[in-house]
Design a protein around this ligand. Structure first.
Ligand SMILES: Nc1ncnc2c1ncn2[C@@H]1O[C@H](COP(=O)(O)OP(=O)(O)OP(=O)(O)O)[C@@H](O)[C@H]1O
Ligand SMILES: [Mg+2]
Length: 291
């Protein structure tokens, strides 16, 4: 009699398939991502004319997400939707939903000032206030009435923005005495001082020299441990260097009316967008054949 208990298990097709699936899963562990913003069917219009139509995507926590695409495709319009900056443009209308931590960002109970505290924004052109370096960074905490430990808070924000060593001996000097790259890092420090959750950056390095650009990119890498970052950039090498996820937008032209509307063409992990995109329009753009 063969010893049935110690006989090897019969090899079945299902068994082989299960083993292969298990091996593959070991080789590529599933990527775990927490959704921070869930955008669904978002259309943004100015004076009733859509600038960006029907965008749906998810922004993940502690990731850097880049928006790329030709001029006028709605990148700035879109990034402004994430902290309700479009509320400040009287002709702008945002339809569809953006959920932030599951909450409707445009819901009636949401205070847009609170939103902008949690979701900070850095613009293309550094825009420090005409105040001292210290007072720029202390501005937000003072508005919020955070008086205790202000010096420490200012120092911490400047350290996080990789500017502390360059300014620690001249905190009372005017912000305008800083170089463009330093001013941009000061604006980042000003955002960080109110301990936001998200940093939105619309072409933060486009006015900077390569050394300052590298400083900002290094900074982003360091910050994503603690923050979620969304960046608009025209510089595709920059998107490839810094972003985990990339969204490519383009412009659709209506032949009859000649109306131009921004659309989301493709959204994926950055290496996929740049080396193996699923859409011909993305491929043409990232290889420089268009735009
Ligand atoms: N405040 C505004 N009022 C009216 N139209 C606007 C306003 N801001 C943007 N638009 C229009 O919306 C469309 C998208 O503009 P947006 O600035 O979002 O594009 P973009 O992708 O950021 O372009 P760029 O790369 O040149 O910065 C454009 O047609 C633009 O003219
Ligand atoms: Mg723009």
């Amino acid at each position: 009699m063969p010893d049935m208990e110690n006989a090897p298990a019969p090899v079945t097709i299902a068994g082989v398939r299960d083993r292969r699936v298990a091996e593959r899963q070991q080789a590529e562990p599933p990527v775990h991502r927490d959704v921070l913003f869930d955008v669904d069917g978002l259309t943004a219009s100015y004076s009733g004319v859509p600038a960006l139509r029907d965008v749906s995507l998810e922004i993940y926590k502690n990731h850097i997400t880049a928006f790329i695409g030709p001029s006028g495709c709605g990148k700035s319009t879109f990034i402004r939707c994430f902290n309700r900056m479009n509320d400040l443009i009287p002709t702008a209308l945002v339809e569809g939903t953006i959920r932030y931590h599951g909450l409707d960002l445009y819901g009636p109970e949401v205070d847009s000032v609170e939103v902008r505290k949690r979701i900070g924004m850095v613009f293309q052109k550094p825009n420090p206030f005409p105040k001292s370096i210290y007072d720029n960074v202390a501005f937000g905490p003072r508005v919020l009435g955070w008086k205790d430990g202000l010096d420490d808070r200012v120092e911490q924000a400047l350290r996080q923005a990789a500017l502390w060593d360059e300014v620690k001996n001249r905190l009372k000097a005017s912000a305008y005495s800083l170089s463009g790259g330093q001013q941009q890092r000061l604006c980042i420090a000003r955002c960080l001082a109110v301990q936001p959750d998200v940093l939105l950056m619309d072409e933060p390095a486009s006015a900077l020299d390569p050394i300052s650009t590298t400083a900002i990119e290094d900074l982003m890498h360091g910050l994503k441990e603690a923050y979620t970052i969304v960046i608009v950039t025209h510089n595709m090498q920059q998107a490839a260097r810094v972003a985990d996820m990339t969204a490519f937008f383009s412009v659709e032209v209506d032949e009859e009316s000649d109306r131009r509307t921004g659309i989301l063409v493709e959204y994926d992990e950055t290496p996929t967008i740049f080396t193996n995109p699923g859409d011909k329009r993305t491929e043409d753009y990232v290889t420089g054949r268009f735009g």
